[in-house]
Design a protein around this ligand. Structure first.
Ligand code: RIB
Ligand code: CA
Length: 324
């Protein structure tokens, strides 16, 4: 690999698949992980900090600064996903407590410094509810001048998971998601439509589990995690949030369309929905003068599953990226 690595900052709620995202990010030679923010989501924020430090330690990662962020959304109460990610929020693997410690500064301050201190514009990758990102954008709007792009895991074009139409990260803090989308920064929405498709085959998961190298073995154990609520019929091996990081390292595997996107903030059954306008031409509402300003977002509509599985496995197993 000859080009300089892309500076990235991750904000996560580790989380089984956030852990996979971190493992991939610290091992990919084309990514320079400069800081990690932690936010309540899959579990409470203190457990997220602990899980994040544990993963980085187990992966033998360099000393990446990790900071604690918001402990609840801007308006909503905290609604964790222990039923999916286990009691400790990371699959209850019984991993040892980390020796590493979080930074003294909070996640907003850490990300502020990490972004402005970067010699080149940063790609910001939130894989969690967007509360920290909203607080960052409102407290330090000047960071946008050194953000190349925001690639966030969240939202859905078609079907939700937290509700029939809302995806968990956006539903958890819809106001924060709206702040991100209207920040005027080039943004990619890596939503459920692609997120749910990237599955590592069972034979590969088994091989990782039996690996002697701790980081690769941890990836195998994480990929073996099954959502206890769904049982054995649903396939395991989902890359989840790690797919969003794959798309930063290797954008050629993701098909996006630039479309108007708005978060539904009204109370009721659609709250937290990302309303994506895929109509080929203006509809009756516009013809009757009902125009509204909507941010344009690069929405992920298709994904090369095989490509990202191959990339993830190569990187986590310590090989060179298959495409450079
Ligand atoms: O909606 C999918 C959830 O699982 C999100 O929190 C995502 O980031 C993953 O952790
Ligand atoms: Ca997550």
């Amino acid at each position: 690999m000859t080009s300089r690595p892309t500076p990235v900052v991750i904000d996560c709620d580790t989380g089984v698949d956030d852990a996979l995202a971190l493992l991939f990010a610290v091992r990919h030679p084309g990514l320079d992980l400069r800081a990690v923010g932690c936010i309540a989501g899959n579990t409470d924020v203190d457990q997220v900090v602990r899980n994040t430090l544990t993963v980085l330690e187990q992966a033998g990662a360099p000393a990446v600064p990790v900071a604690r962020g918001a402990e609840r959304p801007l308006l909503e109460p905290l609604r964790t996903a222990h039923h999916v990610h286990g009691r400790d929020g990371m699959g209850d693997l019984g991993l040892p407590a980390p020796a590493r410690r979080p930074t003294e500064v909070d996640a907003v301050m850490l990300m502020h410094h990490a972004i402005l201190d970067s010699p080149r514009p940063v790609t910001l990758i939130p894989t969690a509810p967007l509360t920290n990102i909203a607080l960052l954008l409102r407290t330090h709007p000047e960071v946008t001048r050194n953000i190349e792009r925001i690639v966030f895991m969240g939202g859905a074009v078609a079907t939700g998971n937290a509700t029939p139409v809302a995806e968990f990260n956006v539903w958890h803090d819809p106001e924060a998601a709206a702040i991100l989308l209207t920040a005027g920064v080039p943004t990619t929405m890596y939503g459920l439509d692609v997120f749910q498709r990237v599955l590592v085959p069972e034979a590969d998961v088994r091989r990782l589990r039996e690996c002697g190298e701790p980081g690769a073995r941890l990836a195998g154990r994480l990929l073996s995690h099954r959502d206890p609520a769904t049982g054995n019929d649903v396939p395991y091996g989902g890359l989840g949030d790690a797919g969003a990081v794959c798309s930063v390292a290797d954008p050629a595997g993701l098909t996006t369309h630039r479309l108007p996107v708005e978060v539904d903030l009204a109370p009721g059954p659609a709250r937290g929905q990302t309303v994506v306008d895929r109509r080929p031409r203006p509809g009756e509402a516009e013809l009757h003068g009902e125009t509204r300003e909507q941010p344009l977002v690069d929405v992920a509509l298709d994904i090369d599953v095989e490509r990202y599985v191959k990339l993830f496995l190569a990187i986590v197993e310590g090989l060179d990226p298959p495409w450079t």
